[in-house]
Design a protein around this ligand. Sequence first.
Ligand code: ADP
Ligand code: MG
Length: 420
Amino acid sequence: SYRKGGYHAVRVGDTFSGGRYIAQRKLGWGQFSTVWLAYDSLTSKYVALKIQKSAPEFAESAIHEIEVVSVLTKNDPDNKKCVIRLLNHFKHTGPNGQHFCMVFEFLGDSILQLIKYNRYKGLPLNRVRAICRCILTTLDYLHTQLGIIHTDLKPENILLVSTINPSNDPNRSKKGPILSKPDGSMNNGGGFVVNAIEKRLKQRARQAVARISARRASLGGFRPVTKGDRCFDGIDFRCKVVDFGNACWANRPNAEEIQTRQYRAPEVILQSGYTYSADMWSFACTAFELATGEMMFAPKPGQSYSEDEDHLALMMEILGKIPRKIAIGGLRSKDYFDRYGDLKRIRRLKHVPLARLLIDKFKFSVNDARDFADFLIPILDFAPEKRPTAEQCLQHPWLNKSSESSVQKLDSEMSKLQIK
Ligand code: ADP
Ligand code: MG
């Protein structure tokens, strides 16, 4: 698609906006754009440069994204809401046409990457909690303060906060996800510096660092700790929600079909109308995936049934039957349900409640499974209006638990070895 109306081909060293931004390397791409790491010669900082395809429909969607993200940035002057910040935007003319370009703050890997680095085993629950708190902070901000629905929440669209200097980081994408570097900006509140250590403790400390590095790598998939690094536990963990190309104002929804398949809410499949609570459904699916390493619902079409019908069946196997009134209440209900509210083509469902699934398949302890299911089940209510809001979720005891993680235990052990 590097042709008229499509992507703009970029080479390392290419400049944009009258020479201000210098392309360094490609960070990623989507259906609409390519995203490049660029050096901002005016501020001497690294930024993410999103270069949209040039055809009119892509230009239109870029204008929409710029409008939404400008609102997000403007209303969060203190940068506390865990949303991507727009720094600048301009147009760039190339051989394939005119491309809208957006300049964002540079962030790290996505949490999908984090799950992959952890070999799809799921992250430690304290880490899951920290990520959930970030996402809910964003959703509360979008929903109650701005009236915006994200509509495409998923692990791929949640990026780790990074303050690393990318050109100096030879480890990038080799050893583990990029999180942060000692820079002060995200180190308040927790962590410690592995630094000069008194002679008689040197040996012990070195062993401890090696042990902690190994444990840490196995627990969270982080690159090993070295001298000068800051160590993090769940407290300092931060991420940001990105990709507002599909976001919409709740009072003017822009599409019937929203969300990426696996994170799609039942009311979207049935076309019974959606609002903010559709984001909450995607949030719960994302939290499950973080904790288990597997997608909560991964529907496939069968010989006699569609992907949609399989999706509804999978939901009912974990969450119980969809109440008849809800099942038959959507514009598309007749495609899947008979008038009794039973699926037309998938008759036999195997009910495995969420807590049981967490214990049997994902080897959660009974307590962890019960607590996590208590948190998720209300968010996965088939009745959208019964789901808790992001603000209510933030009050839930599961999120505010302060059980000491293994990483924290190691950290406090380590800090005892520190000499001031
Ligand atoms: P699209 O709208 O085309 O899907 P996205 O905004 O999702 O584009 O960006 C595509 C990819 O580029 C993302 O999945 C991510 O890997 C990378 N990316 C986007 N924004 C940033 C950023 N601010 N910092 C680092 N990487 C980014
Ligand atoms: Mg995207």
